[in-house]
Each structure stands twice: as structure tokens, then as C-alpha cells.
Design a protein around this ligand. Structure first.
Ligand code: UP5
Ligand code: MG
Length: 194
């Protein structure tokens, strides 16, 4: 008998605090944190330079990598872990991602919830620029950030809207301190796990 994987998607603008809160959720509730962006950055480093260059081009331009690449990285990470429940951070970001996920993964997974970190553009940009002083990320600069925010508004908000219509979304006010955001997130997760 094989049980479906439990999945919580974590969405929100660049720098909204998705990764920071996922680390805390993983520690407290045991959902394995898979950041689609981190998996892509890792894959970019590998020797197949054609795919690596394609990923880098998308990251720098704030555009979205084709779903075949991202979905197979996520699926591989899920299969390689012994976990049953996953936090998928930063995915699905557009209709191509959503359709690809539904095609490849819907039979294997149950979407338990979608967390939406709602944060103003100005706070998002400031956080990423601060992080950019030390992160080494090729997209933590003003030019890339403008593009990332545009992509988020044009492509990711409609995905969140889609899950809203399915009554799967929990919205979190993410402009607050890390502790205040965590209090909200923790309350939501206690319900998911009850
Ligand atoms: N910070 C966090 N919370 C704070 C708080 N409450 N108060 C003050 N500071 C706070 O946080 C960002 C910074 O803010 C950190 O310095 C943190 O300490 C501080 P973080 O938790 O990292 O925010 P997060 O929302 O995870 O921001 P991130 O930059 O990772 O979001 P993105 O969604 O832009 O980045 P991601 O890595 O997911 O994607 C990058 C690119 O990869 C995309 O633009 C795209 O090109 C590509 N991509 C795809 O193509 N497909 C995918 O499926 C995924 C990514
Ligand atoms: Mg992140």
C-alpha cells in the first residue's frame, strides 16, 4: 500500500520570508523543506552547462525555468528522502508550473495547504538588497528584483488565486518581525497537523 505524499506549497514575493519560515516549520513540524530555487541553484553548478546556463539566464532575469526541469528536481528530492510530508517553497510560480505539476505529480501527492506570504514590494526589495550584500545570489540586485517582482505579480499571483478558489490558501501578513510571522505560521500548521 502506498500512501500519497503530503504537500504544503509556500508562495509569496521575493524576500517575503518563505525560506526563513520554512526552516522553522521543518524543525517544529517535520515537513521536509524543499526550496525549488535552491534545487535549481544547485543544479546550475553541475557540469551539464547547457541546462546550467538556461537556469542561470532565468534566475538573473527573474523569469521561470521550464517545469520539466523544476518538477523532476522536486520529484527526485522527494523520492530520495524517507519523508512523507514536504514543504515546497517557491513553486508552482506560473501556469506552466501548475499544469506540469498536475500532470506529473497529482496522482502521487495530496496538497494539504498553500501558505501565501503577503508582503509589500518595498519590504521585499529592501530585504533582498540587504541580503545581497553577502548572499552572492546573482538576482539580489535592483535590476533583477524589478523583474522578479513583475513576474511574481503577473504569473504567481494568478496561481495563488487558483488555489484560493479551491479554498486551500492560508494568507500570512509577512511584513512583520520574524517572531510575529512565526506565531501566525505556527497557528496555521497546528491546524494542518491536527
Ligand atoms: N527576512 C526574512 N523574514 C524576515 C522578517 N520577518 N523580517 C525581516 N527580515 C526578514 O528572506 C529574505 C531575506 O529577508 C533574508 O535575508 C532574511 O533573513 C530576511 P527569505 O526567507 O530568504 O525569503 P524568501 O521569500 O525565501 O526569498 P527568496 O529570495 O528566496 O524568494 P524568491 O521566491 O524570489 O527566490 P527563489 O529562490 O524561490 O527563486 C529564485 C529564482 O529561481 C526565481 O526568480 C526564478 O527565476 C527561479 N525559480 C524558478 O524558475 N522556478 C521555481 O520553481 C523556483 C525558482
Ligand atoms: Mg527562498
Amino acid at each position: 500500500m502506498s500512501e500519497k505524499y503530503g504537500v504544503v506549497f509556500v508562495l509569496g514575493g521575493p524576500g517575503a520570508g518563505k525560506g526563513t519560515q520554512c526552516v522553522r516549520i521543518e524543525k517544529e513540524f517535520g515537513f521536509l523543506h524543499l526550496s525549488a530555487g535552491d534545487l535549481l541553484r544547485e543544479e546550475r553548478q553541475k557540469k551539464d552547462s547547457k541546462i546550467g546556463n538556461e537556469i542561470e539566464m532565468h534566475i538573473r532575469n527573474g523569469t521561470i525555468v521550464p517545469v520539466e526541469i523544476t518538477c523532476s528536481l522536486l520529484h527526485r528530492a522527494m523520492k530520495e528522502s524517507s519523508n512523507q510530508n514536504f514543504l515546497i517553497d517557491g513553486f508552482p510560480r506560473n501556469k506552466d508550473n501548475l499544469d506540469g505539476w498536475n500532470r506529473e505529480m497529482s496522482a502521487l501527492t495530496e496538497i494539504k495547504r498553500v501558505l501565501f506570504f503577503n508582503c509589500s514590494d518595498s519590504v521585499c526589495i529592501q530585504r533582498c538588497l540587504n541580503r545581497g550584500k553577502t548572499s552572492g545570489r546573482s538576482d539580489d540586485n535592483e535590476e533583477s528584483l524589478k523583474k522578479r517582482i513583475n513576474t511574481y505579480r503577473e504569473s504567481t499571483l494568478p496561481v495563488i488565486e487558483h488555489y484560493c478558489n479551491l479554498e486551500l490558501v492560508s494568507e500570512i501578513q509577512a511584513d512583520k518581525t520574524q517572531e510575529d510571522v512565526w506565531a501566525e505560521v505556527k497557528g496555521i500548521f497546528e491546524k494542518i497537523c491536527s
